[in-house]
Design a protein around this ligand. Structure first.
Ligand SMILES: [Zn+2]
Length: 241
């Protein structure tokens, strides 16, 4: 017993009828993380190996959708080649909410992390970033939905396919207990009041519309649905069909 929460870190691969899409990109290799040794200068290709196992090469990814620009969600946006950060997915457009990009840019030059400099700026400089409003429709199957609070420009990724709905929730919640107690915030929510409001609204909407909810950090399989229980909600573990 360590008394610590153990959280998975993951991305989601989406195959829409038109595109191969990656939602978020974990921690990445060779990144700087002053406060968490496990994330600092990693040398681990599990992420790309799992992508390959799913039958996808980096060149085949059409879009990288960023729920937000924290270090554990945009690491594989770039990789280090001959001392330079280059887009890991050379043919992808990286869709980033303008508000989130601005908030990330404001952290530039900070100590401990170089997330903006190493994971975000190289994408912009390579001309691969598509900067959009937080409410953005990629097409009739995929859209960005504003869910601010954890970060100021945080978005969820709404998916529709053959009459079913799904949503990648990013970090608007970190643990299933937050469905029972939506007022509980994560330690690092940028705007705690907004994070609570977003969580309540999100859980209500998911309970009403029956979305499959794909979370970033809930215990595996991290996928399920939301039902009402008493005056709040319950996360029902499930599997993707
Ligand atoms: Zn996270």
């Amino acid at each position: 017993m360590t008394g610590k929460l153990v959280l998975p870190i993951q991305a989601f691969l989406v195959r829409s009828s038109r595109h191969t899409i990656l939602v978020d990109s974990c921690v990445g290799n060779d990144k700087t993380c002053g406060w968490l040794p496990d994330w600092h200068r990693r040398r681990d290709n599990t992420f790309l190996q799992r992508l390959a196992k799913a039958g996808v090469t980096p060149e085949q990814v059409d879009y990288v959708l960023c729920t937000h620009l924290h270090i554990d969600h945009c690491g594989w946006n770039t990789r280090l080649v001959d001392g330079r950060w280059v887009p890991t997915f050379p043919n992808a457009r990286y869709v980033i909410a303008r508000r989130e990009l601005e908030a990330s840019e404001a952290t530039a030059g900070g100590t401990g992390s170089r997330t903006y400099e190493d994971n975000v700026l190289p994408i912009v400089e390579a001309g691969r970033a598509v900067v959009v409003d937080m409410d953005f429709e990629l097409d009739d199957e995929v859209r960005l939905e504003p869910t601010p609070g954890h970060t100021l420009g945080h978005v969820a990724i709404g998916l529709r396919s053959q009459g079913a709905r799904g949503v990648v929730s990013g970090d608007l919640m970190h643990w299933p207990m937050q469905c029972i107690y939506p007022d509980w915030n994560f330690l690092h929510d940028a705007d705690p009041d907004q994070a609570r409001q977003t969580r309540w609204a999100f859980l209500e909407a998911c309970a009403d519309n029956g979305s499959i909810v794909m979370t970033s950090h809930f215990p595996l399989p991290s996928v399920g649905s939301i039902s009402r229980r008493g005056s709040s909600f319950w996360f029902e573990d499930g599997q993707l069909a």
